[in-house]
Design a protein around this ligand. Structure first.
Ligand code: TA6
Length: 306
């Protein structure tokens, strides 16, 4: 089974403007969408659209749970979120200019207290079996410390699960210290992971010495990854971008889909790129269209960096 863990899910309120965002001006909205946010939620949405069963876990908020569950229902996602009393699932406002540039304004989310943290650990101890795939992604909520995150990883490691983490900062550091199986920092997250002014591929080589499968996502430029001790760059074709929100999360969804089909590292990364390049052609945070995959696949390039 594949489980996604979103410690701090969000409801994305996406607003497409008639013009470009200007301060002290009434910026008119021409179209609006609601979608899932919080990162691992996107992975569940992508897997559902690829008919790959999975269960979404994490913390929701009691006060607006119906709204959140309505959005999960769009993708028919099976879930078992812990409902935090007197709290709400946070909102992320995504504003997209007429010119395509985007702004994201994201709430901090609910404080998670010890009893609820322990409920999640209990679910994982009871549910997760050997070789299950667990995806942890998104910024943990306030009050969720590095220590809490380390405990989560240790429980999953004890159950011999495959642990994929798409997290940043101190949580990425904990993931590397605990020896998870997959991480996907973006360029900025990799740059800030290591001090020093080595170039990106040098920093990436350092990262690959700490984790079996590492990918550095590079936005529309594709990604960098390691296979058989060599570094590769994978580049998708240029496509008409409607929204890049959730593109990195879509990559993880495609990668995990291919991993669950026992594909090679090259195929896993390529599937991630294909799904991500499809996602950006859609308005929401999680939509893809498999009918777009063939063109992207045929026009994606893989080159050995060195
Ligand atoms: O990656 C896109 C996205 O998941 C948005 O949908 C929005 O919910 C935001 O990022 C949440 O990011 P955070 O790092 O706060 O979990």
């Amino acid at each position: 089974m594949i489980y996604t863990i979103t410690l701090n899910p969000a409801i994305d309120k996406i607003k497409y403007l008639e013009g470009n965002l200007e301060q002290e001006k009434n910026n008119r909205v021409k179209e609006k969408f609601i979608d899932l946010g919080g990162k691992a939620t996107h992975v569940s949405a992508i897997l559902q659209q690829l008919n790959k069963s999975n269960i979404a876990l994490g913390f929701s908020g009691e006060l607006n749970k119906q709204e959140f569950y309505e959005v999960l229902k769009i993708y028919n996602i099976r879930h078992d979120y812990i409902e935090v009393k007197n709290e709400s699932v946070r909102e992320s406002i995504v504003v997209i200019n007429n010119s395509g540039g985007s702004y994201m304004i994201t709430e901090k989310g609910p404080d998670i207290l010890e009893p609820d943290k322990n409920k999640l650990i209990k679910i994982l101890k009871e549910q997760v079996k050997e070789n299950d795939i667990i995806v942890i992604a998104g910024s943990p909520p306030p009050g969720y410390s590095s220590k809490d995150f380390r405990e989560l990883i240790k429980v999953l490691r004890k159950n011999n699960a495959y642990i994929a983490c798409d997290v940043a900062g101190k949580y990425l550091k904990v993931s590397l210290e605990e020896g998870v199986d997959f991480v996907k920092p973006n360029e900025h997250e990799l740059e800030t992971l290591y001090d020093g002014n080595e170039d990106l591929s040098e920093k990436f080589k350092k990262l690959t010495s700490k984790v079996k499968n590492a990918v550095c996502s590079l936005g529309g430029e594709g990604a960098m990854y390691m296979a058989n001790g060599k570094i590769f760059r994978i580049t998708p074709p240029k496509v008409k971008v409607k929204s890049d929100t959730g593109a990195g999360d879509a990559f993880v969804g495609g990668y995990i889909y291919a991993l669950s089909n026992n594909s090679s590292i090259h195929e896993r990364v390529k599937q991630g790129i294909i799904v991500s390049a499809s996602k950006v052609q859609h308005h929401g945070s999680c939509q893809i269209d498999p009918a777009q995959f063939d063109f992207i696949n045929k026009n994606t390039k893989i080159l050995e960096v060195r």
